[in-house]
Write a protein that binds this ligand. Structure first.
Ligand code: GUN
Length: 283
């Protein structure tokens, strides 16, 4: 059997179109501030893509570019200004930051109601304890992909490979909130392949090209590949050995064109959620 392909590009385009329609019906335009410190070329590309997608969907995108030598105090002052600006509904500080700036200090300074990355400790705690809050964009994108593919987490055995703060941990919390039976496997797990083989839904987010082999996958499983690894040949590869996996899985996301496009679409979804939430709270 050859797996059905889950087309993240198409699902993301549909989500962006739905968000654009919801924004067009509002009496205001939600504002998203993206802060980029320094000139990391990959970050610059991401930030430009976020900017374009936001503007195309009717959001007001503010990109704030600060020099690489910016002090932590200066960045915190910029965040205080954005927190106080009523036109700004969402704030995203692009990571990684230069070494003189502690990311934890910056994340904790963002108004949790504007924290569209879902990285603030208050939002992390809300997700961990099953309360409403803003949730990280990539795992949210995976949940949207599963829904679009008609894969229901409820009651299913889900295995998350990877325990990062940005993807693995929030991914596990979201699957648990959706009533899956969740296992988090990682580099110290005794039998990674065996854990993966029990998964009906497998989410790979470890950042190692081709780690997940075809014989790690249960026949018919849904495989979501969050990995974006650039090979020596310059090509992008996921964490899953795609050619092998698609002969075993029931449904699978490609890299590129799977989870990647969902992240920015979910950033816009979070910005709209934040805008509505702030107005509901009268802020
Ligand atoms: N850098 C790489 N991924 C991310 C992300 O999801 N959010 C932010 N702020 N920076 C990133």
């Amino acid at each position: 059997m050859t797996a059905r392909l889950i087309d993240g590009k198409a699902v993301a385009a549909a989500l962006r179109a739905e968000l654009a329609a919801r924004v067009a019906a509002l009496p205001y335009r939600p504002g998203l501030a993206v802060v980029l410190v320094g000139e990391d070329p990959a970050s610059a590309v991401y930030v430009r893509n976020k900017d374009r997608a936001a503007a195309a969907a009717g959001f007001v995108a503010h990109t704030i570019r600060l020099p690489a030598a910016t002090s932590e105090a200066a960045l915190l002052a910029e965040i205080a200004r954005l927190n106080a600006d009523p036109q700004i509904d969402g704030i995203l500080v692009q990571l990684p930051l230069p070494p003189q700036i502690a990311p934890a200090h910056v994340i904790a300074a963002i108004d949790p109601a504007k924290d569209v990355d879902g990285f603030h400790p208050l939002n992390v705690g809300a997700l961990a304890s099953g309360r409403p809050g803003l949730v990280p964009c990539t795992p949210l994108g995976v949940m949207r992909l599963l829904a679009a593919a008609g894969v229901a987490p409820r009651g299913a055995r889900a295995v998350v490979l990877g325990r990062s703060a940005i993807v693995g941990r929030p991914m596990a919390a979201l699957l648990l909130a959706a009533d899956a039976t969740v296992t988090v496997a990682h580099s110290r797990s005794r039998d990674l392949a065996g854990e993966c083989r029990r998964a009906e839904i497998l989410v790979a987010a470890v950042g190692r090209a081709g780690l997940v082999r075809g014989d790690w996958i249960a026949p018919g499983a849904t495989v979501i590949d969050v990995g974006i690894n650039r090979g020596a040949d310059g090509r992008l590869a996921g964490d899953v050995a795609f050619a092998e996996a698609r002969e075993v899985a029931g449904a699978i996301t490609p890299v590129p064109g799977g989870v990647g496009p969902m992240t920015i679409a979910c950033l816009l979804e979070n910005t709209l959620t934040a805008a509505a939430g702030r107005r509901q709270a009268g802020r």
